[in-house]
Design a protein around this ligand. Structure first.
Ligand SMILES: [Zn+2]
Ligand SMILES: [Zn+2]
Length: 122
């Protein structure tokens, strides 16, 4: 298990999450609908760029970015304008949420902006 924390203020951004693989893409979508989350709640997956992918409801320690230009999208957030979630305690940009009708539906923690406190008993 791992808890992801803000690299700036060290407060937790998530609960305890279990590492898992992303589930297969739900496939073709039609119309303006947000995809089902690609990550199971309570788990995370490593992103090839060094960040981590979470279920959209698994980052209660984050808040929407105060700059509305970061929150563009059609039906939701497209996440293309930079991180759109900040640490709710200190305001540091920590993650990008994608929830638009043509994007995955997930939260991508920014590599370097978060730390992982392992709860493994290895
Ligand atoms: Zn913080
Ligand atoms: Zn749309």
């Amino acid at each position: 298990m791992a808890v992801f924390t803000c690299a700036n203020c060290l407060l937790p951004l998530t609960g305890s999450l279990r590492r898992a693989r992303p589930s297969a893409d739900a496939g073709k979508r039609s119309g303006h609908r947000t995809a089902p989350p690609g990550i199971t709640r309570g788990t995370y997956a490593a992103d090839p760029d060094g960040g981590f992918l979470l279920h959209p409801d698994d980052a209660p320690g984050t808040a929407p970015h105060p700059d509305h230009r970061r929150r563009n999208g059609c039906c939701g957030l497209d996440g293309l304008d930079g991180p759109n979630l900040v640490c709710s305690a200190c305001g540091t940009e920590v993650a990008t949420r994608q929830s638009d009708c043509w994007t995955p539906n997930l939260i991508a923690l920014t590599a370097g902006a978060v730390g992982a406190a392992s709860r493994d008993s290895r």
